[in-house]
Design a protein around this ligand. Structure first.
Ligand code: FAD
Length: 469
């Protein structure tokens, strides 16, 4: 009997729940990927993620070809192509790993219905998280809305079973000649600067990045907040596209011990926290705030503010350097995501949903649950969010987390000559100093778009208008 394994956000061939089950239940397993036009239609032609997926698939295809099989890659609507492929290969069932985003849930239901009408089955499995949906609930059986008790319950529920790998029986891969694969151009996309970026792609890149992080995990706790140094894992894109297995990562972090690994495991749990928040509250994907009162905030969206933020022209060096990092590389350091997001909302008074959408378009590691969670945390509208009256000061954040301005100078070479003490607020330079350090405020680098203390006051009024506080 034949089974199809439909890859989506699980682009690897080891420790893979759907492949594990398919290669045990069927004698012939066909692996497929669909470049789904329902998703691709809205993306810019220069989207780095499409290229990331494409190069990852090239690697998987040759891995399968080494086993005498191949990868079937098609371009079109998954809801139509999956049932068609199942018929073409006379498969009894399609196996896939679960995706918890509302649109993916709807797509899978549609595919499942069609397959059922055709006398076939869709089997879906938990793969991209250790605990899904309602596996971790409060004692009263309710979803958690606060991280720390969720984390404690998550850790309490953990047994070695959940960290075990799902081995794949490669001998059941369907033998077939090497299959053609559409080029990026045929998909309607162009090559980007992906291959020049530090982020390594495909399963090989994933393995290298993971190896490298294992040598640094012990210092993660101290190093992770400073964007100028190599502190975090840079694994987000691999976690997002499943080029690494979450069980492998969590298992290592759990058993390694020490403050670095413990803190890192907490971050993986944050990811699952937001995944279950989205699963329980799918309205978040439609722009709703987690705390309903905050839906009523009337964001002023002053003219020019959003564009200045996107284009790294706010005059606040740390924010601008962060936005240049995002625009150039598709990645932004976590500390900077918090600073840039808070700045857009609480200094520029722009609706957080615009920032969320901008990140969604530019981050290679974009993940709906994590991005929405991060934005609603920063905007104080989310669950377990930053309280609305706590407002990051972009200058002190800069002094604290990039004290020598090394990160700033990497992305804002126009400020390269500035000594550390002026780099965080260059508008304070006198004209003589501007001349001395080769930066003319208003010419080489913009003046600050807002005065932080004034902007802060406006934010407090905005929030008070809905909280009555
Ligand atoms: P590490 O510090 O090495 O973390 C390891 C992994 O843990 C990450 O790869 C990620 O999978 C997970 N993780 C870490 N922090 C968080 C968090 N706060 N929430 C959820 N998961 C987390 N992360 C995304 O993966 N995709 C997004 O679209 C995304 N958008 C964000 C938007 C905002 C406004 C904020 C504040 C955070 C966002 N994050 C997002 C979370 C976090 O910034 C990134 O996961 C992290 O910077 C990725 O780099 P890393 O892999 O080197 O992180």
């Amino acid at each position: 009997n034949t089974a199809i394994v439909w890859l989506r956000r699980d682009l690897r061939l080891y420790d893979h729940a759907a492949l594990y089950h398919a290669t045990r239940q069927a004698t012939r397993v066909v692996v497929v990927f669909i470049f789904d036009t329902d998703i691709l239609a809205d993306l810019p032609r220069t989207d780095r993620r499409v290229e990331f997926i494409w190069v990852s698939l090239v690697a998987l295809k040759s891995e399968l070809e080494a086993h005498g099989s191949s990868l079937i890659v098609r371009h079109g609507r998954a809801v139509e192509l999956i049932p068609q492929l199942a018929a073409e290969f006379q498969a009894d069932a399609v196996f896939c790993n679960r995706d918890y985003e509302p649109q993916a849930i709807a797509r899978d239901a549609q595919v499942g219905n069609q397959l059922q009408q055709d006398g076939r089955a869709l089997h879906s499995y938990k793969d991209q998280v250790i605990f899904e949906c309602d596996e971790v609930l409060t004692q009263a059986g309710k979803p958690f809305g606060v991280f720390t008790p969720y984390k404690n319950a998550w850790l309490k529920r953990l047994t070695p079973f959940y960290l075990q790998a799902y081995p794949v029986r490669t001998e059941t891969y369907a033998s077939m000649p090497a299959q053609p694969m559409p080029s990026l151009a045929e998909l309607g996309f162009v090559r980007t600067n992906l291959t020049q970026l530090p982020v390594k792609h495909g399963s090989e890149g994933a393995a290298q990045t993971w190896q490298d992080f294992q040598t640094r995990i012990d210092s993660y706790q101290d190093a992770r907040n400073f964007p100028a140094i190599k502190g975090p894992s840079y694994l987000s894109v691999h976690i997002r596209f499943g080029t690494l297995s979450i069980r492998q990562l969590a298992n290592y972090a759990y058993h390694h011990g020490g403050a670095g690994a413990e803190t890192w495991l907490s971050e993986l749990i944050w990811r699952e926290f937001y995944q279950q928040v989205l699963w329980h509250h799918p309205q978040l994907a439609a722009g709703q705030t987690y705390k309903a009162d905050f839906n009523d905030i009337d964001w002023p969206n002053p003219d020019g503010h959003f564009a200045a933020w996107c284009e790294a022209r706010t005059g606040y060096p740390l924010v601008d350097a962060a936005m240049r990092q995002l625009n150039k590389t598709g990645y932004m350091h976590n500390r900077l995501r918090m600073v840039a997001a808070a700045f857009l909302v609480k200094d520029l008074h722009v609706d957080w949903r615009l920032g969320e959408a901008y990140f969604a378009q530019h981050l290679i590691d974009f993940d709906l649950a994590a991005n929405n969670g991060g934005w609603q945390w920063s905007a104080s509208t989310g669950c377990d969010a930053q309280p609305w009256f706590r407002i990051f000061n972009p200058i002190t954040q800069s002094e604290k987390f990039d004290p020598e301005g090394k990160f700033i100078k990497r992305y804002l070479p126009e400020l390269a000559a500035l000594p550390a003490k002026y780099i965080h607020a260059p508008w304070l330079l006198t004209s003589a100093q501007q001349q001395m350090y080769h930066v003319r405020i208003g010419v080489d680098y913009p003046p600050p778009i807002v005065d932080h203390s004034v902007a802060r006051g406006v934010t407090l009024v905005l929030f008070k208008s809905v909280t009555g506080g």
